[in-house]
Ligand binder design. Structure first.
Ligand SMILES: [Zn+2]
Length: 457
């Protein structure tokens, strides 16, 4: 009877919390997606971030996000908002060339929808929903007419617009728009720019830059609280890639191996995209043994794990430098930090932190894929995701409305169940022993009976 009562109480309390959960969702859920470019995952362990740590304390942290190859800015930002590998969304580098149309793409020439239309980013899907709109402050692609749609509110990209101005626009749009802005993005160029300039091992400069980033996060949170947006808004803070230390002692000079007239270089380092002007095999042979610190692949031989092969914008030959090595023409690099390398390198990984009604509080998780962010965002916003390479179940443990169980918890539950069973078995044995006590007692009575005549005597 007690167990029955307990079950009924549990069931009712579950229903009650379920109802309360639903009522807070009667307003359409809102999501702000923020990227601090080039925020390497382990900056979080190696530097102080008081504001970001407060954000995480009341939310969730994914310590490593495995991003997509090549680990560059435009490709990874597009993977976050589409859930696709680069070969599938078509933004395969920051510099591209299409041999059929003879079009060029670069970070300063990115407005042609041709490059973006192979996928549908989440702000377009959200924008097409009834009574909803999207807003963007400079996320790559948000100032382009993708599938004939831009966010209702967006800013044309300009590096000279301050973070504060971007935040002020986004928060204004999130507070007073009709139809309401339910999905918003915010992009900031640091710590990427400083990571390239100083290198991630320059502790003194990076400490200064990362403190500035933390102050910007503090500014964002304070502004959201001031405007009454904080409690109901879901906020994801993440990044596109990490950063690794480079050095002029680790240069791979292509000019020592092949004449420049033999090929066009579409993208340079650390993944060089080579379009041969002479026979492909001849170019491949010249490059193959150019350096022990670089892998040279014909397009058909690019490793499967990169998911970087099935797109016309991937050039016939690609060169992949080892971590920290730079591919140069003669002497052409002054970068002390770079990214773009193999996406299995921890130094290339960013992190993800999230806060809001959709997320648990104080939960840490080791790793997800960057393509898993898209199905999670669609779930939060109640959007039907386009086909994608992400896995929703990878992010279930971050979300309050999902049932998730991880290995330590599973082991705990099994041990708990075994302990409970053992205790129960012991109790049953003890009870049975107590019930079987009458036998010695009756023998005692018999003895007393035997003694009686002796006393009488
Ligand atoms: Zn970047």
């Amino acid at each position: 009877v007690f167990i029955m009562k307990l079950l009924v109480i549990l069931l009712f309390s579950g229903l009650m919390t379920g109802c309360r959960g639903n009522s807070s969702y009667s307003l359409p859920p809102k999501l702000l997606l923020v990227s601090f470019d080039g925020f390497r995952a382990d900056y979080l362990q190696n530097y102080e971030f008081p504001h970001l740590q407060n954000f995480i304390k009341e939310g969730v942290l994914v310590e490593h996000v495995k991003n997509v190859f090549i680990t560059k800015t435009f490709p990874n930002h597009y993977s976050i908002v589409t859930g696709l590998y680069e070969e599938s969304h078509g933004i395969v580098a920051n510099s591209m060339y299409d041999a059929v149309t003879k079009k060029h793409f670069s970070d300063s020439n990115d407005k042609d929808p041709f490059w973006w239309n192979e996928a549908v980013p989440i702000w377009v899907t959200n924008q097409l929903q009834e009574n909803r709109s999207s807003a963007a402050a400079m996320w790559p692609g948000t100032d382009v007419l993708i599938h004939n749609t831009t966010p209702s509110y967006f800013m044309n990209y300009s590096i000279s617009v301050s973070f504060e101005e971007r935040v002020n626009n986004i928060t204004t749009w999130l507070s007073n728009s009709n139809p309401p802005v339910t999905f918003a993005t915010l992009y900031w160029e640091e710590p990427d720019a400083s990571g390239h300039k100083y290198g991630p091992e320059d502790k003194e400069n990076m400490r200064r830059v990362l403190k500035e980033i933390d102050d910007l996060i503090g500014y964002l949170v304070q502004k959201l609280k001031m405007l009454g947006l904080w409690e109901n808004l879901n906020v994801i803070i993440t990044s596109d890639h990490g950063m690794t230390q480079c050095s002029e002692n680790r240069w791979i000079n292509l000019d020592l191996c092949i004449d420049r007239s033999n090929y066009s270089l579409i993208d340079l380092s650390p993944v060089a995209a080579v379009l041969p002007k002479i026979n492909i095999t001849e170019v491949y042979e010249k490059l193959k043994n150019c350096s022990p610190h670089m892998n040279v692949y014909l397009k058909k031989d690019i490793p499967d794990r990169y998911y970087y092969q099935h797109n016309d914008r991937i050039q016939p030959i690609i060169l992949v430098a080892d971590e920290g090595w730079t591919i140069v023409l003669n002497k052409s690099s002054s970068k002390l930090g770079d990214h773009g390398y193999d996406n299995s390198l921890p130094s290339m990984h960013p992190f993800l932190a999230a806060h809001g009604p959709a997320f648990h509080k104080g939960y840490k998780y080791s790793t997800i894929n960057i393509v898993d962010i898209y199905p999670m965002m669609c779930h939060i916003l109640g959007l039907k995701p386009h086909p994608n390479n992400g896995t929703f179940s990878h992010t279930k443990c971050l979300l309050v409305d999902q049932w998730c169980i991880n290995l330590p918890e599973a082991i705990g539950i099994v041990i708990g169940a075994l302990l409970a069973l053992t205790t129960l078995t012991c109790l049953i044995i003890i009870m049975q022993n107590r019930l079987s006590v009458p036998h010695p007692f009756s023998r005692l009575q018999l003895q007393e009976d035997d003694d009686d005549p002796l006393i009488d005597l």
